[in-house]
Design a protein around this ligand. Structure first.
Ligand code: GLA
Length: 765
């Protein structure tokens, strides 16, 4: 809900309040962002202005207590006495960089703020979403800023963006324009950011917010695997489950920048938006510039609280409406099984096996088109390779459909190989600076998505394949960072990166909005573009080319701070793993991937009968609990021992707790299973998921394992046994922990890389 009383704005969500007001001098003063309060006189929460002393600059000669440098602001101007980092740097028509924006008017509308060019949150019916537009006007120039605040009450998220209108007679140049900025008193904040690289995305970093400015950004042309646009702040006392914490993310897939500044009045200034490095934008007279939307949330239930708000926001307000809360199919993808070396017979044999194992969607990855027999050629030519598919693609898709499987295809539409028909026909479509040889990445160049002709080509090519084959799913890949940023059509190539992303969004909108039934999974060498912007077009993202489940624990846990399980595409691959050569039990490969959108990506011909039986059990279990696993409330539980991960999903009176162990410790102490969200005095049963265990790993220990009592033969390296009901117990929830004797022993018996999933449900009478 949004209320305005005497120029105080009260934004209220289910559990949070966000307040700001117009000061006597016209600036917007940030008052409060925290646990929900009833709108009241804001002086109780407002920061007391102190007198301006020494070098402080007073904004008004008549009022020495009013300095912009000590005012907690909602969106600061530049060059009028606020010496903190500025969200807005404009080269004004008079040649100066000084701006002075003050309140002009405001309007409150029901619903979200529409945008024709940039991703926006959508609202659920009858949830009371509203948008507040506050218009600020520069005191000297006819330039206005519309600050839009959209409140999504049920998700506890507020989105913010800015639209700048140039109503002067001269062009103005934007050097920096952030989507949102606000100032808060410092509560001893720690910053949680998610950095990485190819195959090691979303590594969780924690650092104190102390002196100076921390900048989190990307310059790769995408939101990048180097630094995810999302971050969290936790107050000094906060934990995973308790205390004040904030979350910030951006609905944008290009170069981004967030600045977290500890300022001299012991305030923290936060801002996020398009990266201002290498960015300029000219706004002609009468024209406007719109920023991407930022998403903000707060929770007094710690980091898990923030994550849960963002998960609900993405499931309810971000992903395409046709996929909101819709169960996602179990995928088989042929990439790690065949790479480029396949034909229709080989694929059909894999599809038959996949069907038998319980898979629902068969995805043909890279290599089905043009001369694409390796990654040096063919990119750009989306005509089927007749040698691999002598009967054509529509016939093959029909055959696989005939097995009762959905079918998907891989594309990398933004890229081109020099060795391709497309490049030979249109070398001018590849991004490069005239006279300078462009830098290659994975032997490929970037297509210039700022050009309408290139956009049309991609829309036509991808749409044609979708429509003529009847596929159900598209994997949209993008396998290199962007260099040599230049387009001949642009007057100022500092606009290139943002215009590229606008071009990408236009293409995605034109292909997928008329085809809402097609499930789009986006990808960029794994998780190189895992962001809210892409999620508005496709509800799930391939998280990493690192399919080693032990490394995936860290990657998926990092993702969980900002993104729900339903967005995290996770596949079971071969062991030894192709990236790390690590040998990991099939049970753990399945258990890790089950906390995302489950898929399989290995050579099915190499499976043993025992593997097949276990995969059938995994897919059956996943289908039984799929909605809970994909959409249940996700909680991270702090690990009792180093190298352990404990995740939980819960909905209603059922929970699934996952325990994962990277290394066993000889001196493993007493342990309890933490479970939250269930009723305290109800009797629950807890059953571990059926799974098989490689006996060779546990020889000598098995006598201690309850289910081992049923085994019939002496273990050897190849033998498996079913651990069905390996731990079946009845217990009571006490203090959010399932009290259970024997749990510690079982944990120890799992060994290195071991894991279990426990289903916890009320005891049946
Ligand atoms: C990228 C993707 C992989 C696979 C290959 C195909 O690396 O992340 O999943 O699709 O491209 O070339």
């Amino acid at each position: 809900m949004i209320e305005e009383r005497q120029h105080v704005f009260y934004i209220t969500t289910a559990h949070t309040s966000y307040w700001f007001r117009v000061t006597a001098h016209g600036q917007l003063e940030h008052l409060y962002y925290g646990p929900r309060l009833t709108p009241q006189d804001p002086t109780a929460v407002a920061f007391k202005h102190t007198s301006g002393l020494g070098s402080t600059v007073a904004y008004d000669e008549q009022d020495w207590t009013y300095s912009l440098d000590t005012l907690p602001q909602e969106y600061a101007s530049f060059g009028r006495g606020d010496f903190r980092d500025s969200p807005l740097i404009l080269k004004m028509a008079d040649g100066s960089y000084v701006s002075d924006f003050v309140y002009q008017e405001h309007h409150i509308y029901s619903g979200v703020a529409p945008s024709k060019t940039l991703p926006q949150a959508t609202d659920q019916p009858d949830t009371g979403s509203q948008t507040l537009y506050v218009t600020l006007r520069d005191k000297l120039q006819a330039i206005t800023l519309e600050l839009a605040y959209t409140v999504l009450p049920d998700s506890d998220v507020i989105t913010r963006r800015v639209v700048l209108h140039n109503n002067t007679a001269k062009p103005l140049v934007i050097d920096r324009i952030m989507s949102a900025q606000w100032d808060m008193p410092n509560r001893g904040y720690a910053l949680h950011s998610f950095a990485g690289a190819w195959a090691s995305e979303m590594q969780h970093h924690v650092q104190p917010v102390t002196d100076g400015t921390i900048v989190l950004n990307s310059l790769t042309g995408g939101s990048s695997n180097k630094q995810n646009p999302g971050f969290l702040l936790s107050a000094a006392e906060a934990t995973e489950d308790t205390g004040w914490a904030y979350g910030v993310n951006l609905l944008y897939s290009g170069n981004h920048e967030s600045r977290i500044q500890h300022t001299n009045q012991n305030f923290v200034r936060l801002m996020t938006g398009i990266n201002s490095q290498g960015f300029h934008w000219s706004v002609a007279p009468g024209e406007a510039f719109e920023t991407p939307s930022a998403a903000l949330t707060f929770s007094d239930r710690g980091l898990n609280g923030v994550s849960q708000h963002f998960h609900k926001f993405i499931n309810d307000n971000v992903v395409p409406p046709a996929f909101q809360h819709q169960d996602r199919p179990i995928v088989y993808n042929n990439w790690e099984a065949t790479y480029f070396n396949f034909n229709e017979d080989k694929l059909f044999a894999l599809a038959q096996q996949a069907k038998d194992l319980g898979v629902e969607l068969f995805v043909i990855d890279d290599g089905w088109f043009g001369t694409r027999d390796d990654d040096t050629q063919g990119l750009g030519d989306y005509t089927v390779n007749a040698r691999k598919f002598p009967h054509g693609l529509p016939a093959f898709v029909q055959r696989v459909h005939g097995l009762g499987l959905k079918v998907g295809l891989w594309f990398e539409p933004e890229m081109v190989n020099e060795n391709s028909d497309l490049y030979r026909a249109h070398p001018e479509w590849a991004v490069h600076v005239p006279g300078r040889a462009p830098v290659l990445g994975r032997h490929q160049l970037v297509l210039d998505l700022t050009q309408p002709a290139v956009q049309d080509y991609i829309v036509q090519q991808v749409s044609h394949v979708i429509d003529t084959t009847g596929i159900d799913y598209v994997k949209w890949d993008m396998n290199r960072h962007i260099t040599d940023m230049y387009s001949p059509a642009l007057a100022d190539n500092a606009e290139f990166n943002h215009r590229y992303i606008l071009g990408l969004y236009a293409v995605l909108r034109r292909i997928f909005r008329p085809r809402p039934q097609v499930l789009l999974e986006t990808c960029s060498s794994g998780g190189n573009r895992f962001d809210l912007g892409m999620l508005t077009f496709g509800p799930q993202i391939w998280s990493s080319d690192d399919t080693d489940p032990i490394e995936r624990l860290t990657i998926q846990q990092g993702l969980s701070y900002l993104y729900p399980q339903s967005a995290i595409s996770a596949h079971v691959s071969a062991s030894p793993n192709q990236q790390t050569l690590r040998v990991v039990p099939l049970s753990t490969r399945g258990n890790v991937a089950s906390f995302g959108v489950l898929g399989y990506e290995m050579d099915l011909n190499a499976l043993t009968d025992a593997d097949r039986a276990e995969i059938r059990e995994q897919t059956a279990f996943y289908k039984q609990y799929r909605h809970l696993l994909q959409f249940g409330t996700f909680t991270r539980h702090p690990a009792a021992q180093p190298q352990q991960f404990r995740w939980q999903v819960q909905a209603g009176d059922t929970a699934i707790a996952g325990f994962f162990q990277q290394h066993i410790s000889a001196a493993h102490g007493y342990d309890c299973l933490p479970v939250t969200g269930l009723a305290p005095e109800t009797m629950y049963t807890m059953a571990s998921k059926p799974q098989r265990i490689m006996l060779s790993q546990y020889a000598g220990l098995l006598d201690h394992l309850p289910a081992a009592q049923g085994r019939t033969s002496i273990p050897d390296a190849q033998e498996h046994y079913t651990g069905t009901g390996a731990l079946l117990a009845t217990g009571v929830m006490l203090n959010n922990q399932f009290m259970l004797s024997g749990y510690s022993d079982q944990v120890r018996m799992l060994g290195d890389y071991g894991s279990t999933l426990y289903v916890i449900q009320p005891e049946q009478e």
